[in-house]
Design a protein around this ligand. Sequence first.
Ligand SMILES: NC(=O)c1ccc[n+]([C@@H]2O[C@H](COP(=O)([O-])OP(=O)(O)OC[C@H]3O[C@@H](n4cnc5c(N)ncnc54)[C@H](O)[C@@H]3O)[C@@H](O)[C@H]2O)c1
Length: 269
Amino acid sequence: MKDFKGKVAVVTGGGSGLGRAMALTFAGEGMDVAIADVDLGAADKVAGEIRAKGQRAITANVDVTNRAAMGAFADRVYGELGGCHVLCNNAGVSTFIPVHQLSEADWDWVVGVDLLGVLYGIQAFLPRMITQKQGGHIVNTSSIAGQVPLSGIVPYHAAKYAVVGLTESLVIDLKSENISASALCPGLVKTGIGSSGRARPDRFGGPTAPDPVQAAVDSSGYDPMDVAALVLKAVREDVTWILTHPEYRPQIEARRDKILAAYDWAKAG
Ligand SMILES: NC(=O)c1ccc[n+]([C@@H]2O[C@H](COP(=O)([O-])OP(=O)(O)OC[C@H]3O[C@@H](n4cnc5c(N)ncnc54)[C@H](O)[C@@H]3O)[C@@H](O)[C@H]2O)c1
């Protein structure tokens, strides 16, 4: 996608962190922006920043795990902003709990937000993006945890690998519609992810306080605006995997080599 001016970006989880950074970055390119977030106050603040740049912005209190609410959000975006050209399925959460101690609600929450949230975004917006016949780009926020295994975040891994697979399929299946897709796969970025329990809906057990490990996550890593700049470049140049942290390259290579070695093992019979 080369032209952004006058078009519309939709960002889930746009009230904080990477979503806020993407919303501001696309607004900086002359796009109007719609933000869905369970934290409406945070989303409204970002909308204020966007309006100060001279762009239109709307917000909605939407839980991405609610399929009907995502559909209603899409109706509003099309009604009030007239389209969707860049769809950022970005809202995400994580637990930092050993796999054998996870509750059913922990699993449901993380897989619900990180995988089903992406799916519901696609279901709500993609058919209309196709009908509007103006092309577009879908950015699904995965993680480096969607590329290489890391410890202590099993449901997060499951969802983030799935998001990468889903995105790769979209790239193939949507070519003829002039719509492309990217999977954003960052390492640590300075955001509120470590305290994502603050936004945990009641039906998944309600808000939880961050533990010290989680708090440390929030104060480390890349600047989200730098990551968002790379997202913009990837959308412009149609790059499928947005890999921000070069320090993970050896782990990606090691995983690839192990997979290929498994073929050799099978052949050796
Ligand atoms: N921060 C990192 O180090 C990092 C690394 C890799 C991937 N990511 C991914 O980046 C994405 C954004 O997270 P972040 O790091 O900016 O964290 P963040 O907590 O700063 O922002 C997440 C936003 O999503 C919102 N949200 C949470 N649950 C929601 C729900 N059910 N429905 C709608 N909105 C919801 C929150 O209110 C918040 O505004 C996530 O998908 C996360 O997995 C983050």
